[in-house]
Design a binder for this molecule. Structure first.
Ligand code: ZN
Length: 162
């Protein structure tokens, strides 16, 4: 069957940036399972896979607007170190939930100096052109429960705590 709205899709994938650097891969982790049209994966990849079927190999080149968005330099800001009081051993790469006028935003520590810490509210892949190499393993109908939850259960999908 072909990939359409509300089909369950299992894929192997390798994700690289425009420099050929591997950003992510299902290798070793097993296939990724997602529900088409439910926003489980980025829009650009859903569009590239629509209409394909098991056994198809798909190469998709996706611009930031259909992936994790453009970078916004104003989402990068310096914060005095003392505002992080109580948090020991702050390191580059750590993520924090930050309260803003627009609600909670996940920020990443990108730089640390003597007095200041620079945090970035952009998604780490914002502004990055994504190149997917996909192997479609399986396409099937979702269970009623999967449809209701908006995600796939079982292998490569969502696991609920009992
Ligand atoms: Zn569920």
């Amino acid at each position: 069957m072909k990939i359409a709205e509300n089909t369950v899709v299992l894929i192997d994938y390798t994700l690289t940036d425009n420099e050929g650097e591997v950003i992510d891969s299902s290798e070793g982790a097993g296939p990724l399972a997602y529900l088409q049209g439910a926003g489980n994966i980025i829009t650009g990849l859903e569009e590239a896979l629509l209409g394909k079927e098991a056994g198809d190999k798909v190469k998709a080149s996706i611009e930031p607007a259909k992936a994790y968005g453009e970078r916004h330099e104003d989402m990068r800001q310096e914060v005095p170190k003392e505002l992080f009081g109580g948090i020991d051993n702050i390191e580059v790469g750590m993520q924090f939930q930050s309260e803003t006028d627009q609600g909670p935003v996940m920020v990443t520590v990108v730089e640390i100096s003597e007095e200041m810490i620079t945090v970035d509210g952009n998604h780490p892949l914002a502004g990055v052109h994504l190149n997917f190499d996909v192997n479609i393993r399986e396409v099937r109908e979702p269970s009623e429960e999967e449809l209701e939850h908006g995600h796939v259960h079982g292998e490569g999908g969502h696991h609920h705590e009992e």
